[in-house]
Design a binder for this molecule. Structure first.
Ligand SMILES: [Fe+2]
Length: 194
């Protein structure tokens, strides 16, 4: 295992995942975040398909960013505030965001206070310039397992970006290496060349 690897492709097809009546939410500004139940967004056939592959998806976070809506900060996702548990992974794919990238950084040792998104999810954030970058990737329309328990950020270009982040009943605070191992065992993980 390469401990610098912060993303992997997953062998999951999302071509026909949406319910026929699903519409992308209407953003109100340059950033948007929505938390939806899986069955309000995805069709039953797709939910059964991912479930059979070992990914019981029960909800989805939808993130919108407008053109050039990058942030100065990189954050970690928090699952439970007290006692503190991180969300160590997410299953993400992106529409649009042609020239956007996701970057990962080493977690600094110093304590940080917890903040909350408008959707009520907790996170900690650092200025990117304080951090050491590990790697970057354009996420794109294929499904990826991404590491979210270390600081990560999105750098935007001119193309608006919609990110769908499927949440499953796999414990969010499982260690990253453990989740990678699980996905590998389930034959969902596509090994990386580099
Ligand atoms: Fe995040």
């Amino acid at each position: 295992m390469n401990d610098k690897h912060c993303w992997y492709d997953l062998d999951i097809d999302v071509k026909n995942c949406f319910k026929p009546d699903f519409k992308f939410p209407t953003p109100n500004g340059r950033y948007g975040i929505w938390d939806k139940l899986a069955w309000d967004v995805f069709n039953m056939d797709w939910l059964k398909y991912v479930s059979a592959k070992g990914l019981p998806v029960y909800s989805v976070m939808i993130f919108y960013r407008g053109p050039y809506a990058s942030t100065l900060g990189a954050h970690v996702d928090i699952s439970v505030v007290e006692p503190l548990l991180l969300t160590n992974f997410a299953i993400n794919w992106v529409y649009g965001g042609r020239d956007s990238t996701m970057s990962w950084y080493e977690t600094p040792l110093a304590e940080k206070k917890i903040d909350y998104t408008p959707a009520g999810t907790a996170y900690k954030v650092w200025n990117k310039w304080e951090l050491n970058k590990i790697e970057s990737d354009a996420i794109g329309e294929s499904v990826k397992l991404v590491r979210t328990g270390i600081p990560h950020s999105i750098e935007m270009g001119s193309d608006p970006r919609w990110c769908f982040s499927a949440r499953t009943s796999i414990h969010h605070d499982y260690e990253w290496d453990h989740v990678v191992g699980m996905m590998r065992k389930q034959k969902l993980l596509v090994e990386r060349d580099v």
